[in-house]
Design a protein around this ligand. Structure first.
Ligand code: AKG
Ligand code: FE2
Length: 579
């Protein structure tokens, strides 16, 4: 090779390097600009060195990238926090000292300091920030620890071996999972989710673990729930029903770390880290008083370091209770709760359940209810504003009239509760007393109907269908309706049954002294409790109801169905039934 050729080769390599470098610098700047613009983070960036840093890594933030980022960044000093968020190309880093941060900053930000990620090589870069990562809302992992101060909570790590973990998970996966909205489950022993179902025998492959638990805790568990959580799945805060199971409940985690939130009724909260193969025993206060939940997060932050969740299978071991619960926490105990058994009949007359726990209750709580229900829900409002001007709008079950506000000429409301109607009348709205099963309005006469949080107070499915039929009847052809009902799957509350009572805690200042029937005394001396009857809807149930409701050659077309504020919702249109 002659000299000229060598020189040209060197020149070419240098040129290539320079182009690569330019490309990288451009990409870094683009990444920075993107974050500044879209996440509005520019306020968090600063030139002055600090131990807290913003980490641009340009990878997909998955677990395999995380370990490379971590081992590289550890070489500059001790790391206090390192949060890499699944699916996001930036993260957060805190060093134990500013010196480490400076040394990382100076080396990492050098162009062409590429890290060999499994996906592809990446440049990472660091920016100083004044913000502590715990305070950043974007970080949605659960900050958790191994020992949380919840009395009666006990974690034991490595309760089973990795081989036993595989053995259990494989056997369970051979059986069939039942889907719930946000996770899948399998029940063994007594199936408390499906009433009146015979017990399912506990498969033999569980025997070794039942024996081990019996040896350790002295309890032979006879009910097992297997739950599958894909990252992002969750279980809402709940207490395992006191009346259904005895004191100690044990959760065994398979295949993935996760965390469980414990919340005291007065508000304090802790996140318990759950390593795979560990058992967590809930006894006494932890079992009876603190609600537990698994949040819908894709990662947890344990000792400052983000830990990606993978597919987790949890096994919950319980012992079915045969005697009344005598726990020391009567305020949260269901021992006195009657189980609602509702007879399905075609009779549309109100039952005493509806009279006492819907009509009467809403009359009693009307003014308190009205003070807490004044803001229209944005999606309902949007629907109403979407309608042609001067459309006639009927609000069935209008309550205090929060959707009747502007434009009273075109909006009319009905309700069963006279007290609610009095409130509407005082506000000058056009309302009248009516039952939603028999609306005294001509057929084909209203352009738009809404029925928000009403149908879930009807106790039988015949009544719920009749309510839908009434909406269909009064609407003009092509008229639209919007219906909201409480979702069983909501995260705000947990329901063991679809038919249930939900308490209303009424401040005594709202109690009418002349009335003879009073609510029950609450734990709070200033409050009384009134029960409201609800039938909480399963996902898809409202759509089935809409499909079933047909009259005189008309039916509903489902234009949209969605979840909003703990409710299942449908937007319907009255169309010709061609069948
Ligand atoms: O995921 C877990 O370990 C807890 C499940 C649970 O709370 C339950 O099934 O009641
Ligand atoms: Fe539970």
């Amino acid at each position: 090779m002659n000299l000229l050729k060598i020189a040209r080769n060197i020149m070419n390599t240098k040129k290539k390097e320079a182009t690569a470098l330019k490309g990288l610098m451009k990409k870094m700047q683009k990444g920075k600009d993107h974050i500044m613009k879209n996440e509005n983070f520019s306020q968090y960036f600063q030139d002055e060195p600090s131990a807290d840093m913003f980490l641009l890594h340009y990878s997909d933030g998955q677990e395999r990238d995380f370990s490379i980022i971590k081992s590289h960044l550890s070489s500059y000093g001790e790391i206090k926090n390192l949060v890499v968020i699944p699916g996001i190309n930036y993260g957060f880093l805190t060093y134990s000292s500013i010196d480490s941060a400076i040394s990382a900053y100076n080396s990492v930000n050098m162009p062409l300091n590429l890290l060999q990620f499994p996906s592809k090589p990446h440049q990472i870069s660091l920016i100083y920030t004044p913000i502590n990562v715990r305070e950043l809302k974007i970080v949605q992992g659960c900050w958790c620890s191994l020992n949380v101060p919840v009395p009666g909570l006990n974690l034991e790590q490595e309760f089973i071996t990795p081989e036993e973990e595989d053995f259990l998970a494989n056997h369970i996966d051979e059986l069939s999972w039942s889907p719930l909205t946000n996770r899948r489950v399998q029940q063994f022993g007594h199936d408390f989710l499906q009433e009146n179902q015979p017990d399912i025998a506990i498969p033999e492959f569980f025997n070794f673990i039942l024996d081990r638990l019996e040896n350790e805790l002295g309890i032979r568990f006879d009910q097992i729930t297997a739950t599958e959580y894909i990252p992002g799945d969750f279980i809402a805060p709940h207490l395992d029903a006191h009346s259904s199971f005895e004191d100690t409940i044990v959760c065994l985690s398979l295949n993935s770390p996760s965390s469980m939130n414990f919340r005291h009724p007065e508000g304090s909260e802790f996140n318990q880290f759950l390593p795979p193969r560990s058992i967590l025993a809930l006894t006494d206060e932890a079992r009876y008083l603190w609600k537990h939940s698994v949040w819908n997060r894709k990662y947890d932050i344990f000792e400052g370091i983000s830990i990606h969740r993978r597919r987790r299978i949890s096994l919950t071991f319980r012992k079915v209770r045969n005697v009344r619960c005598e726990c020391n926490f009567p305020s949260v105990c269901d021992r006195n709760e009657e189980k609602l058994i509702i007879e399905e009949t075609k009779d549309l007359n109100p039952t005493s359940l509806e009279k006492d726990f819907v009509f009467d209750t809403y009359d009693k709580i009307a003014s308190h209810f009205s003070h807490t229900r004044y803001k229209p829900w944005p999606k309902v409002d949007e629907f109403l504003k979407d309608q042609e001007p001067f459309s006639l709008i009927l609000d069935i079950g209008c309550g205090n009239g929060k959707y009747l506000y502007d434009d009273p000429l075109c909006r009319i409301g009905t309700d069963r509760s006279f007290k609610m109607l009095e409130i509407c009348a005082e506000r000058g709205f056009s309302v009248f007393n009516a039952d939603c099963l028999n609306v005294p309005i001509r057929s084909n006469s209203v352009d738009v109907a809404i029925e928000i949080a009403v149908i879930h107070h009807l106790s039988t499915s015949s009544k719920r269908i009749q309510a839908m039929k009434e909406i269909l009847r009064v609407l003009v052809p092509n008229g639209q309706a919007l219906i909201y009902v409480w979702a069983r799957e909501q995260t705000e509350r947990a329901f063991t049954d679809q038919d249930c009572f939900v308490p209303w805690h009424l401040n005594k200042v709202y109690e009418n002294e002349e009335e003879d029937t009073k609510g029950e005394q609450s734990n709070d001396p200033d409050k009384v409790v009134y029960k409201r009857f609800y039938h909480v809807f399963k996902q898809g149930e409202l759509e089935s109801l809409a499909k079933e409701a047909k009259i005189d050659g008309w039916k509903f077309e489902i234009m949209k169905h969605y979840y909003d504020r703990s409710n299942w919702c449908v937007r319907l249109k009255k169309v010709k039934d061609e069948e």
